[in-house]
Write a protein that binds this ligand. Structure first.
Ligand SMILES: C[S@@+](CC[C@H](N)C(=O)[O-])C[C@H]1O[C@@H](n2cnc3c(N)ncnc32)[C@H](O)[C@@H]1O
Length: 212
């Protein structure tokens, strides 16, 4: 499985996530961000061309060397400096409150412990820092959701841990982010894989039910 995970999956992801149809959504996700931005699950860098001028530096967290190699031409062409700072969103090697913003696109589905990753995003964001995301997840229609539940075990094997039934809004809210703007809709393609959430959130002062 190591060869499949490291060499095949990143190329499949680049094919499915690198489509021109997602470009507008990626631009909408990065809109309004500025300063130092940490991006977890950076993949092949498809958000890089969409970072607005106010972004000073992108700090990428991505475990796949193949994905990072596939990102090379976008990183080289970017007017915004991009550096790989870590391998695991569940343990981000950055100081507390050292980032102005964070981005995650199509990665909360795959990161093994998304709650741990969100706690790390919150830790490295300064108070009031923005966290923008674009994810697929659990569909609101019962029949689609039931199908997602059935097919998820196979999906996780084929797509290297990618879940279909995670709920991005519930996860970020529980992790201590306030959702300011959210758009949820079926994108192009089979409904089980294309119920999308684009959300703009800010780091809340406290984590619900937690010490803050
Ligand atoms: C479906 S891809 C999305 C890539 C990219 N964000 C995009 O929008 O095209 C999921 C990414 O999450 C990465 N990933 C998996 N586990 C991770 C972890 N623990 N921390 C950070 N990224 C992780 C994978 O290597 C992969 O690049």
């Amino acid at each position: 499985m190591a060869f499949y995970s490291e060499h095949v999956v990143p190329r499949l992801v680049a094919l499915t996530c690198g489509t021109s149809g997602l470009a507008g959504l990626r631009a909408a996700t990065t809109a309004g961000l500025s300063g130092r931005v940490v991006e977890i699950g950076f993949g092949s860098g498809f958000n890089v061309p969409h970072y607005p001028a106010g972004v000073e530096r992108v700090l990428a967290v991505e475990p796949s060397a193949t994905a990072w190699r596939l990102a090379a031409k976008r990183v080289a062409a970017s007017p915004v400096p991009v550096e790989q700072v870590g391998l695991d969103g569940q343990s981000i090697p950055l100081e507390d409150a050292s980032c102005d913003a964070a981005v995650c696109t199509f990665a909360l589905c795959t990161i093994p412990d998304p709650d741990a990753a969100l706690a790390e995003v919150r830790r490295v964001l300064r108070p009031g820092g923005r966290f923008h995301l674009l994810e697929h997840g659990r569909a609101p229609d019962a029949r689609v959701a039931a199908f997602q539940q059935r097919v998820e075990p196979l999906q996780k094997r084929v797509a290297d841990g990618c879940h279909l039934t995670r709920d991005p809004v519930a996860m970020v809210t529980a992790a201590g982010f306030t959702v300011e703007d959210v758009d949820q809709f079926y994108g192009a393609g089979p409904k089980a894989w294309t119920y999308l959430t684009r959300a703009a959130t800010v780091r809340a002062d406290e984590v619900p039910g937690g010490p803050g």
